[in-house]
Each structure stands twice: as structure tokens, then as C-alpha cells.
Design a protein around this ligand. Sequence first.
Ligand code: FES
Ligand SMILES: [Fe+2]
Length: 449
Amino acid sequence: MLSREDNELLTQVGPGTPMGSLFREYWLPTLLSSELPERDGRPVRVRVLGENLVAFRDTSGRIGMLADRCSHRCAPLYFGRNEEDGLRCVYHGWKYDVTGRCVDMPNESPERSFKDTIQHTAYPCQERSGVVWTYMGPRKAPPPMPALEWVTLPEEHHVTAKITEDCNWLQILEGDVDSSHGGFLHTTLEPDEAGIPRLRKEQDRSPHVKLRKTDYGFVYAKSREADARHYYWKFYQFLMPAFVIIPGGPERIMYRVTVPIDDQHTTFWNGDYTPSRPLTAEQRHQFIEARVIGGYSPATSDPLSMWRPLANAGNDYFLDYAAQRTERFSGIPPVKLQDIAMTEGEGPVMDRTQEHLGQTDGAIIEMREILLETVRAFRERGATPPGVDVPDIYQVRPGSTILPKDQDWLEAARGLRTTPGQAVLWAEGVNRVARMTVAGNEPRSRSYR
Ligand code: FES
Ligand SMILES: [Fe+2]
């Protein structure tokens, strides 16, 4: 349970809020490059951290991210003419470049140099591996881009998809560290001795999740019994402000980013990457099939209408009540939809004064403490949040392994830190914790500015 004040502290992300200001210290993914496919093409409406923006690709190929309301009389720049390295408001013709400078003001006399006094809100953008990143913070010179592995890989190694969810960002993150839901929500049924479908017997219904603060956020580990002497461990990484990296199988890593659209909506970025080789066409196809969940609903130019799965609250997420009796515990088809049905159903902003957390919710409690500590230090002492000025600490990986029961999980997790030219993965195998150099992971000497 959280107090109302702490719940608001963690969930409110609009301009001027502590958590919103903390998010604005970081570069955030905002668009797929493919949403702005051509120079001088149609602008796109964007909503991030409660702000309405308009994005465009100018004549030179640069991405502009401007406040949508024109600085003159607040008309929407979304309707603007994207021409000759700037976006021109169609109301009275004021034109802005990607830096927000007003470069033309044809309805005013040039002698007044009024246009030189106008600085429209504009946020710097960079493209990496098929994704547009935006910095919405106060610094004149933005911090370096985080050296997250998929950000530094060529686009062929990386596939990603967006989903708009109708809930606060923290609910989605809490779902990740919610240790015991997997043994229920995501479980299929199988017949017992009498032929009656029941939860599978071998499933561990209260697995342990451990969590420790790090200099980039926290590492968390889920364990279940492998045999009488060993646990099977999966290590996940949470990197401030909203990145989660998950082991996805041999040479394959999954990631998620929860970027708040506003307090009540979130863009859930869902990606896979393969550090040592490009993804095959088949792998890309399978990824999209699995993550996009039957396709997207038709959208308008309203950002809240975009990237919405066909299955949603309005059709009960394709709940199949017969399948709930016979096939799967939830009756909702794929795993991601099961999660969305639960997290959206907690309410647009979950009221944490009403919850009753038990023993298996320990990781959620710890995670909130870490986030509260970070946002309070930022609000009260102006402490620079973790990782903002240290891009290389984002060079970590998730992993999985089997460890003897008495072995310290945190010691094992330490090896997941990658250093330039020496990325490491933990290999799976009973009583075998092998450290491997991952082929193809070159020292990172590129500039992120
Ligand atoms: S409102 Fe945009 S130019 Fe007047
Ligand atoms: Fe889940």
C-alpha cells in the first residue's frame, strides 16, 4: 500500500511534477523512424509526458519535435506545411525550423525583427536503429544517449513494436516484477486423474523475486526450483527511467520501455535484439505476430488512437470463456494481452491506497522504495538521476543460469555488466556458470551526441 501522496509522486508525469521532471532528464524513444518515412512528408501528432507535440522530417532529413500549438495564436502546427527545412503554420504563415527558431513571419513587417524574439518549444531528436529518441529536459546541451545495447546495434539486429495502453506507466512496470502472477494468469490447464482441466501441477505458484539497487536502476532475479540442489535463475535489468531488459533465449535479448503518454496512458515499447547477428526475416515475422496480437485497430491522427491492439477492454480482450474452462487459466489468448487486461483493469491510475500486498509482493514494495528514494533525492536535493551523465552504465545484459541453492544470486548477476569489448552472458547448465565473450560485440567508441 502507498499513501495517496506517494502514489501521486510516482504516477504523475506532466510538466512540473517531480516524476515528470525526472523522466525529462533522459532521452526517451518517441517514434519509429518509419512513422516519418520521407523528407517534407506529413507531420505526425505525438503525445509524451502529458505534452502535445508535432513531429516532422524536414527537407534535410532532420527530425523536428515541436509543441503543437503555434507560438503566434496557438493554432495546431500539425496542419502545417512541411517545406524548405521548416514547418509553416497554415493560419498566418509563421515558420519554425527543427530547433524551434521562427525563421519566417510573413504577416509582420520585416523591419520589426519580431520573429527573432520568438523561440518555440522544440525538443532535440536523434535516430538510432530505426527509433526516434527525444530529449524533453531543461539542459541546453542534452546529455549523451544511453549506451543501451540495442541503441548501438545496426537496425537489422533489432525489431520493435509499440502498443498504447490505457493505464499509468508504473502499473506496467509493476507487472514485470509481480512474482506470482505467471503461475496463474499465464498458465494453461491440463487434465487431472479424473480428466478435469486444472492448473498444471509442477508450476511454482510463489516463485521468489529478489531485487537490488544498482547505479543504473536495479537488477531483479526470479528463481524457481531446478532440482533438489539447484535453482533456475532469470536476471532482469531495470534501467532508469523505464527500460527493462529480459533474457530471451540463446543470443536473443528482449527489452521493454514504458514511456508515459500522460498519467493515464502509456506507450509500451516491446523489442528483441540479437547482438551477434542480424535477425532473419522469419524471426521478424514471428516477433510481429506474437507482439502485435492480431493487428492494430484503425487509427486517426490522434496519438491516443494509434498502436492499439484489436483486442481491448471494449471486447474483453478476446476472452474465451469456454477456453477458460478447458485450456488456459485466464481464457484470454496470448500472454501480452493477459497482462494488458490485468494492468488496464487496475484503473487508469491504480489507487495504491486500496491494495493489500502479501509476501509474494516483496519485489513490488522494494521497487517502489527505490523509485521513491530516487525521485525524492531529485526533487529535494537536485540529485542527477542515475545514468543521465554516464551512458556506459547502460551496457548491461539480462541472463539466465542454474545455480546451487547456496550460491549468492547477486554475485552471479554482477557478471551481467558488459564493458566495452567484453560483453558477457551467463550460460545455462547445472552447476555451470560460464562466462562467455559474445562474438561481434565490438568496443563502443562511437559518439552518442
Ligand atoms: S497561429 Fe500560427 S501563424 Fe498564426
Ligand atoms: Fe505477465
